[in-house]
Write a new protein. Structure first.
Length: 222
């Protein structure tokens, strides 16, 4: 197999890459990485020294591709499918890239701060940092709720893009810690994402690992 994805199914950035691969029916092999296992981590660091996933390895081209956004861009250029995840129109592509960064940096990343704080020992937690993370997510919700008034089905219109691949897992997890509340456009958008087969598949594949998540699962996530 030409393509190999180093990943963990529960990680939101890995789900982002999986959605892109599933959308286009791209053939690839999965290499599950357990960062808590010294041997698994060491083997992964030989591929990518920073031990951050996902990482795509293209054996046919002898190329290692880190970072979920770069992985999706690489797939678009070298293994395109029926779903064009990087829009051809440069202006629409720019909007997709901007929203991709919003979902990654201002939703998924602060959510990680909230989650990891639960694993800290008493006396070493960072309540102020957690509140800042919650505030950043809330700001993102307001911005996204306003952005989604364009009337299209997806983030930048009627076609699924890179931005939606980023949005689905980011919102899946963030809604647990910081509910959408009155942001109805955002909630409706997420409902559409949740019904997309590619994302539903990623969610199902991650179910066996839900016990490691320290926050309480909403009944709607059953």
């Amino acid at each position: 197999m030409t393509l190999r994805l180093y990943y963990h199914p529960f990680a939101s950035f890995c789900q982002k890459a999986l959605i892109a691969l599933y959308e286009n029916g791209t053939k690839f092999e999965k290499e599950l990485v357990d960062l808590g296992d010294p041997d698994s981590r060491a083997a992964f660091q030989k591929v990518w020294p920073f031990a951050k996933f996902p990482v795509l390895r293209d054996e046919a081209r002898s190329v290692t591709v880190p970072e979920s956004s770069v992985v999706i861009d690489y797939l678009q250029r070298h293994y395109p499918g029926p779903v064009r995840l990087i829009p051809e129109d440069p202006e629409v592509a720019m909007r997709a890239h901007v929203l991709d960064r919003v979902f990654d940096n201002y939703v998924a990343t602060p959510l990680t701060k909230i989650v990891t704080d639960h694993f800290r020992a008493e006396g070493r937690r960072d309540p102020e940092g957690v509140e800042q993370a919650r505030a950043l997510i809330a700001t993102s919700y307001k911005m996204l709720d306003d952005e989604l008034t364009h009337g299209g089905e997806w983030a930048v219109g009627d076609a699924l893009t890179l931005a939606d691949c980023a949005a689905a897992p980011a919102l899946f997890y963030s809604n647990i810690a910081v509910p959408f509340g009155e942001h109805r456009n955002l909630a409706a958008y997420y409902a559409r994402l949740a019904s997309r087969p590619s994302f539903a598949r990623a969610v199902d594949e991650a179910r066996p690992y839900r016990h490691v998540f320290p926050l309480e699962w909403p009944a709607s996530y059953a």
